[in-house]
Write a protein that binds this ligand. Structure first.
Ligand code: MZP
Length: 498
């Protein structure tokens, strides 16, 4: 046997040490954009996310409802594969058919009259809201208010942002640190931008509305509803029925697949990736692995991204049942190192996803600082209205159901199969409840605020910068105690924590 004499570690054993924060280290200036499929040096990933979050390939987490909600917020769901091929394809079809587009909700008002409505609408939908006027100026007649995807783009450099904007009408969201209307007008003039500024009550710029195609559609602005993009859709597959499942998912419009397995370091996965790459033009992630060898093996097989984590999932009893696994932090640190070396050697960057074991929001920041490009979470998303399970009242509390793919309830034997009986011989997951937590958007807003704030403490405005700059320390068991409230009598013994 080969011995690893260093204990494997998990997220709670680490903390981030602040770096110098400059004045512009402000959460409004932080971008969480991240690549999720491999790309060559100097190029861009074909698929990137605005927030580094994916929801787990689980019956209790990722159906079409969750997929639309999360894609709308800038992340991605991988629709669960432990269901018949046709019903999974139908879910993908629903997500792809759901346009990431715009709803015209009012008309025949001037922008001044409707400013309140615009802001109110944004509060309700969480979306950027823009107005179209007949002459494209704030004084023109309002043709419609449009809500759409939230394009959270950074301010600099403005010309690059203009180039980046793909939709005919898009907004630049300046948030609280908004510039004034007169500054906006200067920029508009300087860069000869064809756009309409929308301001808030304090005359601070809320959005710039770019009128790229406006002239072409002036006669009939509703035509602009043709040109919407659809939401991004992911789906889980297995190494058994992929020859039937993958064509159906591709036909339904899936953007990215992931092989869902508790242990991905296998010939089965290598064969599956090679088959998909040879026959389809679709991205495919693989996993799960916990070390350098597993990562390199699957990358050589053609994987677009690699998922990391064995045994850390909240509902997982694999470590107890089989004695395999590794502390999630140690796994991420080693695989991220292998990814960086591979990039150095080949010029190909293969993103990695930290899957399972996120308990506190700061664990996400740690995973990203340790080198993960995005995280996958089950328990986190299972708590929200948008997850597909029942909300129940147990005692005085509301809960949502949440069960593992390796539980008797899900019976996802393909995820655990290693060439044996075509059934789940023993359980590797439990059937459980999680505290109900409300809507995805409100929870996400809080989590993202924490991550951005921590990144500012670390002197980082992007995830790449966070990876480079983060200083991470191990904490002793004794100092863990002082991490939470201690030596006081709490007034309310239900400290909400998250
Ligand atoms: P968590 O975010 O709930 O801690 O973990 C979710 C992850 O646990 C999933 O993405 C998957 O990798 C893993 N999982 C799902 N079902 C089981 C199981 O039944 C499991 N053992 O380990």
């Amino acid at each position: 046997a080969h011995y690893y004499m260093e204990p494997s570690r998990t997220f709670s054993e680490f903390l981030l040490i602040p770096n110098l924060s400059m004045k512009d280290h402000n959460p409004a200036n932080v971008t969480l954009k991240t690549p999720i499929v491999k790309f060559k040096k100097g190029e861009q990933s074909d698929i990137s996310l605005n927030i580094p979050f994916s929801s787990a390939v689980m019956q209790a987490v990722s159906d079409d409802g969750m997929a639309v909600a999360l894609a709308r917020s800038g992340g991605i769901s991988f629709i669960f594969g432990s269901q018949p091929i046709e019903s999974q394809a139908a879910m993908v079809r629903k997500v792809k058919g759901y346009k990431a587009g715009f709803v015209v909700s009012r008309s025949n008002m001037t922008p001044e009259q409707s400013l309140k409505d615009i802001l109110a609408l944004k509060k309700v939908t969480g979306h950027s809201t823009v107005a179209i006027t007949d002459d494209g100026t704030p004084n023109g007649k309002l043709l419609g208010i449009i809500t759409g995807r939230d394009y959270r783009l950074s301010r600099d450099p403005l010309t690059k942002l203009v180039k980046d904007i793909m939709t005919p009408f898009s907004s630049l969201h300046y948030g609280k640190s908004g510039i004034t209307l007169s500054e906006a007008n200067d920029l508009i003039w300087e860069h000869k931008l064809n756009c309409l500024p929308i301001v808030d009550e304090q005359q601070k710029l809320e959005f710039l509305v770019f009128r790229k195609d406006y002239d072409e559609h002036k006669e009939n602005p509703s035509e602009l509803l043709d040109s919407n993009k659809s939401y991004i859709a992911g789906a889980g597959i297995n190494t058994m029925d992929y020859k039937e499942r993958v064509p159906a998912l591709v036909e339904a419009g899936v953007d990215v697949l992931v092989i869902d397995s508790s242990d991905g370091f296998s010939e089965w996965q290598s064969e599956t990736v090679q088959y998909v790459k040879a026959n389809f033009d679709v991205k495919i992630g693989v996993g799960n692995v916990v070390d350098r060898e597993g990562f390199l093996y699957l990358v050589e097989s053609g994987a677009d991204f690699v998922k990391v984590g064995i045994g850390g999932g909240s509902i997982c009893i694999t470590r107890e049942q089989k004695g395999i696994g590794r502390g999630q932090a140690s796994a991420i640190i080693e695989v991220a190192e292998a990814r960086d070396e591979y990039y150095e050697k080949t010029g190909i960057y293969v993103p990695i996803c930290s899957d399972g074991g996120i308990v506190h929001d700061y664990h996400i920041t740690l995973a990203l600082a340790m080198g993960a490009d995005f995280v996958m979470m089950g328990r986190y998303f299972a708590r929200f209205d948008e997850s597909p399970t029942r909300k129940l009242k147990v005692g005085n509390n509301y809960v949502k159901e949440f069960w593992g793919e390796g539980s008797n309830r899900a019976r996802n034997w393909q995820r655990y199969d290693s060439g044996g009986k075509q059934s789940l011989v023993f359980e590797e997951g439990v059937d459980s409840y999680v505290p109900y937590a409300g809507s995805l958007q409100s929870n996400l807003d809080k989590t993202l605020a924490k991550i951005k704030s921590t990144m500012c403490n670390c002197g980082a405005k992007s995830l790449e910068e966070l990876k480079q700059k983060a200083r991470i320390t191990l904490v002793s068991a004794t100092s863990l105690v002082e991490g939470g409230a201690h030596d006081v009598i709490l007034k309310d013994n239900t400290l909400s924590g998250e």
